[in-house]
Design a protein around this ligand. Sequence first.
Ligand code: GLY
Ligand code: MN
Ligand code: MN
Length: 438
Amino acid sequence: MDTREFQRRRKRLMDMMGDESIAIIPTAPVRIRNRDVEYPFRHDSDFYYLTGFAEPESVAVLIPGRSSGEYILFCRERDARMETWNGIRAGLEGAVEKHGADDAFPIEDLDDILPGLLGDQERIYYTMGNDPAFDQRLLSWVKHVRDQARNGISAPDEFITLNHILHDMRLYKSRHEIKAMRQAARISAAAHRRAMQMCRPGMMEYQIEAELTYEFTRRGARSPAYSSIVGGGANSCILHYTDNSDELRDGDILLIDAGAEYESYASDITRTFPVNGIFSEAQKAVYEVVLKAQLAAIEAVQPGNHWNDPHEAAVHAVTTGLVALGILKGRVRSLIKEKAYTKYYMHRTGHWLGMDVHDVGDYKVDSEWRMLEAGMVLTIEPGLYLAPGRGLAKKWWDIGIRIEDDVLVTKDGHDVLSKDMPKTVDEIEALMAAGKAA
Ligand code: GLY
Ligand code: MN
Ligand code: MN
């Protein structure tokens, strides 16, 4: 993404912060997997949103109106020996020249320099609780400044969480962000199509996971946005199943919830299909209920509707469908009131989507559901999970179905970013038949 995009975001944030304030935004810490092996590094989304800087051990500082530069980046210095082992660093020069920082300092000097930057500011914008070690450091800098009161330096006396303004900014996606999210969804759709076409009874769930990962990686998405869920049969009813270690059996259903992360943006797609390529009568009947609910919920994604409208549409369709199947008995209105559907549909219909799969942004404003507005992106993902022991006739057992798409709110309606991915029974059976013939 263009450095000007990040610059625009910093400027907007600083305009809202006002003078005599300072924002401190550290990236994520490096985490140890075991002994001297690290987890693959993933930058903090807030930090990256404002900087576009992907290196670990970095802290951004924004000081609106500072005459010698408003944007200061603390980062690693160039180091020929370390770069031989671990790869090229931007260094202080790169931070300024390539990444638009006004000033750059070595990360090792943070404790020495930061107290000086805090002096005579009134407000500190910072998000507590992400990294307790960093929280402690910040408090020690503030104390250091307070201790200097007798030298006439005043310490900030107001702490404001960055979340409110920054996460509200992140909720409205720019043209550049939508482009990245479209591409993330396109890559994920290709991976789901591949998984459907490769699936055969007797394969292991992790072999299907490998097909997804293969397609993500070869298309430039180097990581899934979350652990892929590949659950056959009974596992399709476990909402966050990620073991992916069982055999896929003839006659079972397979639920795949997998999305690529592309240029730091997530996609989040679920499709459910029969392992052998042909839906049984019972699987098809449940599938059609979920699909109807999903289409009704997508229809409710309109600017001016509130956040809960798609969920209410899905709940209505799911409940009506469960009554038609004979799984629930009674009047739809009273069943909805009693939340009878939660026995089989126990999660909500979606969440915000962006740099984080469960993205930031408030769902309520002043205790009212938030209004949907152009530029917001959300998932629509109703499901039905018919595990044994939920008062069900045997023919329904182990049918877990979820259908999930990524939906952009537009000026006059919505746009399904993941529309490349087939979802009707006929489309799925045709795609799987073509996969077998290939
Ligand atoms: N993949 C997690 C979710 O659908 O929310
Ligand atoms: Mn999902
Ligand atoms: Mn989701």
